[in-house]
Design a protein around this ligand. Structure first.
Ligand code: SAM
Ligand code: SF4
Length: 325
């Protein structure tokens, strides 16, 4: 039975945060001192994650799972979890800051990972260090090469575009994608930063990003894809790039995502203000039926959209790193 909400949207895509911890401190995501990490016993175990994921796949037809965080690669033995989830025969992907992929990419690929998104917001070493508060651009660039060498396909690069911060690098990133055979996905800056420095004037719109790229690299006519990213192909056939217009052209009307946080809270939207505590159910010995009922109830309560652009928008109480991007 598919997971359908009150607006008829069918949910097929599960995002699982495997940890709230991170080895970076990106200014738009985490405070300089980090956040108060969850005690280890509060995190779902791999067995608990596998049970919930299997239930969602087998009962509700979830067919796509993305592991995220915090930084998923700081969770010990991540390839073990990847191997368990790969057994569910879903489209399995990972979002990572890429810094440890030099060591991990091949192990993840061997465990059954297929696709990967690597976040990178500046190609300039000093700006990268300011943005992430870590001097590790070289490690992320090595990580991208390691992901390609391990045969992960596609390798996508997530770039959060922020006006006055890295918006002058849009063309550099487009060139980087073309030269390295990776698809860059520009993401509009969302109000999920931990220090609440977001403001609308820092959002660079889809339209502006596309015009900037097109002014240097001519584009083929656009095609609407089924994913939140709109994809443009270069007119000369040398690859493509995507834009996730989560602020100026929200894709809520066709959203098919649900989320599980590292501590086992089930969320029906990135911007949800309510959560269902699946860990409490699991640890109190609940049956699969009871867990499935909680999931169905959460999805049935999903709202039409996030309303970032409207006066009644309410910021969720968690930052992006705590929800999982
Ligand atoms: N640590 C991993 C990483 O950086 O890829 C996974 C978690 S991170 C929260 C997931 C994605 O969310 C990243 O691509 C990151 O750039 C993006 N992100 C974080 N804060 C954001 C914000 N305020 N607006 C838009 N995207 C954001
Ligand atoms: Fe960490 Fe990813 Fe957030 Fe950066 S965006 S602080 S790498 S969780």
């Amino acid at each position: 039975m598919p997971l359908v909400d009150g607006f008829g949207r069918v949910h097929r895509d599960l995002r699982i945060s495997v940890t709230d911890r991170c080895n970076f401190r990106c200014t738009y995501c985490m405070p300089a001192d980090g956040l108060e990490w969850l005690p280890r016993e509060h995190l779902l175990t791999f067995e608990e994650i596998e049970r919930i994921a299997a239930l969602l796949v087998h009962r509700f037809g979830i067919n796509s799972i993305r592991l995220t965080g915090g930084e998923p690669t700081v969770r010990a033995n991540l390839p073990v979890l990847v191997e368990k989830l790969a057994g569910l025969e879903v489209d399995l992907a990972l979002t990572t800051n890429g810094a440890t992929l030099g060591l991990l990419a091949q192990k993840l690929a061997d465990a059954g990972l297929r696709r990967i998104n690597i976040s990178l917001d500046s190609l300039q070493p000093s700006r990268f260090s300011q943005l992430t508060r870590r001097n590790e651009l070289h490690r992320v660039l090595d990580g991208i090469q390691a992901a390609l060498a391990a045969g992960l396909e596609p390798v996508k690069i997530n770039v959060v575009v922020m006006r006055g911060i890295n918006s002058d690098e849009v063309v550099d990133f487009a060139r980087f994608g073309r030269e390295h055979g990776v698809e860059v996905r520009f993401i509009e800056f969302m109000p999920l930063d931990a220090d609440e420095s977001w403001s609308y004037d820092k959002v660079v719109s889809l339209q502006e990003i596309v015009e900037t790229v097109a002014s240097v690299f001519p584009l083929a006519p656009p095609e609407r894809s089924h994913s939140p990213a709109e994809v443009w192909h270069y007119a000369d056939g040398q690859g493509s790039f995507g834009v996730i217009a989560s602020v100026t052209d929200a894709f809520c009307g066709s959203c098919d995502r649900v989320r599980l946080t590292a501590e086992g809270m089930f969320r029906n939207c990135l911007f949800a203000t309510d959560e269902h505590d699946l860990k409490a159910l699991l640890r109190s010995g609940a049956s699969d039926d009871a867990i499935a009922a909680a999931v169905s109830e959460s999805v049935s309560q999903k709202w039409a959209g996030h309303a970032i652009n409207q006066v009644h928008f309410i910021r969720p109480g968690r930052s992006m790193s705590q929800i999982g991007g």
